[in-house]
Design a protein around this ligand. Sequence first.
Ligand SMILES: [Mn+2]
Length: 316
Amino acid sequence: MHEVTALLARARDAVIACHIHPDADTLGSGLALAAFLRSRGTRVSVSFAEPSALPEVFATLPGSGDIMRPSDVPAAVDTFISVDAASSDRLGELAGYVGTAAHSIVIDHHRSNAGFGDVNYIDATADSTTVLVARILRQFGEAPFPRDIAHCLYAGLVTDTGSFRWCGPEAHVLAAELIGCGIDAVAISRDLLDTHPFGRLGMLSTVLGGARLLPEVAGGQGLVLATVHEADLLGLPEDERETVIDIVRGTAEAEVAAVLKETGPARWAVSLRSKQCVDVARVAAAFGGGGHARSAGFNATGDQEAVIADLVRELG
Ligand SMILES: [Mn+2]
């Protein structure tokens, strides 16, 4: 961390890269760091490579209007910072800066991160990357945090911890500190986690109505699965289907939950979750995917029933 703070203190031109298909942790980390560096006089661009537009849900994050398209980011900078990306391919076209910037810094909390920067601050015990950014800003004496920075840090914290359902004491202490900075924590949770278009109700009705319980799978611990066909989305933003697994995984009769998301003709993105025993990262890896022991995913091609049969066989 001290090497990171030393580089940040000297940065004159910086590019901050969030990961592709950004979430509130990567955006909150990037925007908080950008606001802080700008307050010190550093020229900063924040960007992410895919998709081409910021999902509407993140428009509430302070500074989100300044996020740039990769094509508008300066080509030559002295400092490149990757936030919350487990590997350089999670940066899309922005990965090129790792080789061309004078200094590249990686800040992340994924256990699988091999450290692809010149200087890497990786702590897999941190519950979000915004926890790491908060620690860095504290090193500069930046506490209490300005409200916009506190808002961004809290956004990553509340979402990556599942509203503080899976996290340690540091996350709770930081939450209290951020709320003390004057943020509206209730509104942040409501905007990021509890606000959906009306059409989601119809999508959920179709998708959950077709859910299946296979009690004999995973050595008799049970698999619950649901499928989101492209037609079920009916114009909803694609990120609305990411919330389906969080409903399905609560099924008492199943240790493992799976959601098949149709991404094209006979193409599927499969999300896996487990509760206590099954290592779904191992299962996903068998299909070329990856993730954490309790949360993982992979891509598959072929007929829906064939994909399910393969998954059932791998789960045992
Ligand atoms: Mn994260």
